[in-house]
Design a protein around this ligand. Sequence first.
Ligand SMILES: C[S@@+](CC[C@H](N)C(=O)[O-])C[C@H]1O[C@@H](n2cnc3c(N)ncnc32)[C@H](O)[C@@H]1O
Length: 314
Amino acid sequence: MEFNHYSVMLEETIENLNIKPDGIYVDGTLGGAGHSSEIAKRLTTGKLIGIDQDANAIEAATERLEPYKDRVEIVRSNYENMVNVVHSLGYDHVDGILLDLGVSSFQLDTASRGFSYRDEDAVLDMRMDQRNPKTAADIVNEYSEMELFHIIRDFGEDRFAKNIAKHIVKARAEKRIETAGQLNEIIRAAIPKKIQVTGGRPEKRTYQAIRIELNRELEVLRQNLTDMIDLLNEDGRICIITFHSLEDRIVKNNFRTNENPCTCPSDFPVCVCGKKSKGKVITRKPILPSDKELEENSRSKSAKLRVFERHIAE
Ligand SMILES: C[S@@+](CC[C@H](N)C(=O)[O-])C[C@H]1O[C@@H](n2cnc3c(N)ncnc32)[C@H](O)[C@@H]1O
């Protein structure tokens, strides 16, 4: 299977992972194994554990990592299960973790997966894990108007969320919404013509919102970051590449809190809350793609890389 994927900030990520040839590394979003093959290449006695929930990604990554199969374990799962996956393979802690969030170009470019508003005939699917029964069409056809409004506003940050939700509910009362073409037409009718001319594809934000909701993207990230930091050995690093401000904010705030979790009032002379730092933020400001990368890969445009290093308090 051809799995074309330009790995975002590849060099920057590998450099920041500080790979030791005998270390244990986890890639929680394996995709086509672009980043992972660079990690595996640098290992001798170490191990790479690659996790992805998408069957096609697992197939493509297995092929790509074939030359390194003596040092690679590939597991089809959600990275929310990372701690269990690592323990079940016999490791207590790891030396580095990578998350390159969001959809792969392969998922976006495969019409049958239903991630793109560009494929008018595609059915509204958007599942990263094809084993899940719920699809994007179920959200569009079954969520209440209020729920649709909230997800389009909060996960799509679309200022026309209210009107889009209203138009969806009205349209589906006549006929179930099954394809991207149908949904695109409804969204376009809900957005003022003037905005449509100047503001790029008006469907983009609603699609992002539905995808985030369906795959529980923010919830999985928020609920598992601290457990992933706890999984790191002393000096181990976690590198996270995000693609929109909602994800980036979660990572930034979590890293900051784990660096300085103390909740004592600022006028207390000594800490009494007892919460100990888990390490330090390596990237005060996120690392951004180089101009060269931005030119070569439009998907890098909104990417940000943040890095945290584990230090175990005495
Ligand atoms: C941007 S791609 C990764 C590309 C990869 N770094 C490369 O260079 O080829 C993101 C991948 O993460 C997977 N993914 C996203 N969220 C996930 C989650 N919660 N658990 C497991 N896999 C996830 C997607 O299925 C997709 O294959």
